[in-house]
Design a protein around this ligand. Structure first.
Ligand code: SF4
Length: 408
């Protein structure tokens, strides 16, 4: 491999990448489904977060204005939610053209059937009837996503369980790439020497852990074997060869990422269905107190409570689902008892909820104001993110171009 690959710069110990499609202002479903987790992750990991505006085009290619407007709105929403530009690299996908280049280069080695069998490809084509999705962009979307991830040599990709298949295809592509381009004779000879240079005991433990991982999918075996290599004081180039051997591919050029499956709170919409812009049941991250209060006031309740003195059952009421997320134990007790005994009215119950939601969102609005009032600050965040992301992207692409014979 060419270049100044080092353990610390080429193989980050712990790096997270995640993106969000540019498709409109963010609501609480996005917050509880992803952003809240992003904010937590930046405490312990180096995080790269990007606005996936090219991904937005895969389904919104006929409404580019939505994609364009969404970018800045989305960024302000992230910053409002607590994504910190001092800790995380924040950028817009289309500002890093290397994503398109890596997508193209990986398309040369990706079997068509891998894309056609992606579960979301079939599902979404069947479900989304109002758009023509028989495009290459839509078929190739998981590959673009793989390029997004592999570009930054990320170790972790936070996803919900339903998206784990997308990470699996990314791992398959990385494995295939490393196998094709990381297996030349020189590498094989060096691998032989490296394995022989291990002490007898170390070799025995390492091989046992590797077998356990490869034959039984034992993740702790993988982690232990990897640890042995990382602690082995190897030259960075040699380490990549050994890590590739651990994965039963060639030398690691594109590290295999892992899905970081999160337990996400399911945020229902104001009507009890899934929160979605298309259902008109959202509360936006930057709704004002007045807007929040109005939306909560018209939430449906237990149909049994027609009059103030009718007793109700919170389990039949969407407002209760929100109290479960936002309210403390005392308030929940107050709602449960008051609803069942008709001791409280629905308006009282909603008012308490509304106050809680507004209190939670107050810091969002305060943080957003800084960027809304001073666009230059937002541009600075983006410029800084673009520079850092470009530097990392180029490191990967230098290797990939050279190995694929297009590095001149
Ligand atoms: S009191 Fe609260 S939980 Fe009970 S029906 Fe009314 S809004 Fe729903």
């Amino acid at each position: 491999m060419e270049g100044n690959t080092s353990k610390s710069t080429y193989l980050p110990e712990t790096r997270v990448i995640s993106g969000m499609r540019a498709s409109g202002k963010l609501h609480l479903g996005h917050y509880f489904g992803a952003l809240q987790n992003w904010v937590k992750l930046q405490k312990d990991h180096q995080c790269f977060y990007f606005v996936a505006n090219w991904h937005g085009l895969t389904t919104h290619y006929q409404s580019p204005e939505v994609v364009e407007e969404s970018c800045m709105d989305m960024l302000i929403d992230w910053l409002a939610a607590g994504v910190d530009p001092q800790k995380s690299v924040i950028f817009i996908q289309s500002q890093i053209p290397q994503h398109a280049e890596l997508h193209l280069l990986l398309s040369m080695i990706t079997p068509l059937s891998w894309l056609e069998r992606t579960p979301s490809y079939k599902d979404q084509r069947e479900q989304i009837k109002d758009k023509d999705l028989s495009t290459y962009g839509f078929l190739g979307y998981p590959l673009l996503q793989s390029a997004d991830i592999l570009m930054y040599r990320s170790t972790w990709v936070p996803v919900g369980e339903d998206q784990a298949a997308h990470i699996e295809i990314t791992r398959e592509i990385a494995r295939r790439f490393n196998h094709i381009y990381g297996n030349d004779d020189k590498t094989k000879q060096r691998l032989d020497q490296l394995l022989k240079s291990m002490s007898g005991e170390e070799q025995k433990i390492f091989q046992a852990k590797r077998r356990s991982y490869l034959e039984q999918g034992d993740k702790s075996g993988y982690a232990d074997a990897r640890e042995i290599l990382l602690n082995g004081n190897y030259d960075p180039e040699d380490l990549l060869i050994l890590l590739g051997y651990l994965d039963a591919t060639g030398k690691v050029i594109l590290p295999l990422p892992q899905a970081l499956i999160g337990e996400f709170a399911k945020m229902p919409g104001t009507d009890g269905r899934k929160m979605s812009k298309s259902y008109g049941n959202t509360i936006l991250l930057r709704d004002s107190e007045d807007e929040i209060s109005k939306k909560i006031k018209v939430m449906p309740t237990d149909p049994a409570r027609v009059r103030r003195n009718d007793k109700g059952n919170p389990e039949k009421c969407p407002v209760w689902e929100w109290h479960k997320i936002y309210s403390d134990d005392d308030t929940r007790k107050w709602v449960d008892e008051g609803c069942r005994s008709a001791g409280i009215g629905c308006l009282d119950c909603k008012k308490r909820l509304s106050d809680r939601v507004c209190a939670e969102q107050k810091p969002f609005l305060q943080r957003a104001t800084v960027y809304q009032d001073d666009k230059a600050q937002l541009i600075n965040v983006l410029e800084d993110g673009r520079a850092k992301a470009t530097e990392e992207a180029e490191q990967t692409l230098k290797q990939v171009r050279a190995l694929m014979g297009v590095g001149i």
